[in-house]
Design a binder for this molecule. Sequence first.
Ligand SMILES: O=C(CO)[C@@H](O)[C@H](O)COP(=O)(O)O
Length: 245
Amino acid sequence: FVPPVPRSYTRGRMAMAAKKDFWIAPSILSADFAKLGQEVDNVLAAGADIVHFDVMDNHYVPNLTIGPMVCKALRDHGVTAPIDVHLMVSPVDRIIPDFADAGASFITFHPEATNHIDRTLQLIKSKGCKSGLVFNPATPLSLAQHVLDKVDIILLMSVNPGFGGQSFIPETLKKLKEARKMIDESGYDIRLEVDGGVGVANIKDIAEAGADFFVAGSAILKNPRTQDAYKATIDAMRAELAKVQ
Ligand SMILES: O=C(CO)[C@@H](O)[C@H](O)COP(=O)(O)O
């Protein structure tokens, strides 16, 4: 299985200055799990770029969600879009091969959840997936400093992980600017993802702070659960992103 990746994964400083290439990734944590395949079909048909897949273990975070079998079920259902697996589990290493085999495109994990950050990044890449580090609101970005050559995605949590529907923590804007500076100065092609409390009202400010990859759960996947309603929200987000300077 070759993980599908959206148009132009590559972007460095040149791409940043030239044309913005923003990705919108609905979090299926807010989907109706009784109709998951249909929900994912609808949100992709509505214009989403990526499926964001939250894995919680009731240990690293106080909630329990879905595992590799559900990821494989989405692939078997016919989902060809990238699946962005966010591991909120500890330990992480033993579940990574299972997700890679189940069709994950990107696998991100929290540095606090492994004893060996570099080794875990190498494991993800050895399985053919894009790798990423996730930073909780209080986790310092310095943990990424010596492994940037092995990182494809830096994901900043703008809420404390575990639940959808929380409010965006404003301090994240400052941290995004720091992360954008760190990425640009590194010269590596690294996506800057943000997750938690993202919606139409704040996506422009978040993009202007440096993010280019936006996870949104409850802002998109809510009632009425129709493709048209999902499209209206995604279109409104893209309209806001089009205003980014
Ligand atoms: O990882 C998480 C929560 O831990 C997120 O992906 C949430 O699912 C985002 O939900 P909203 O804040 O957008 O409702």
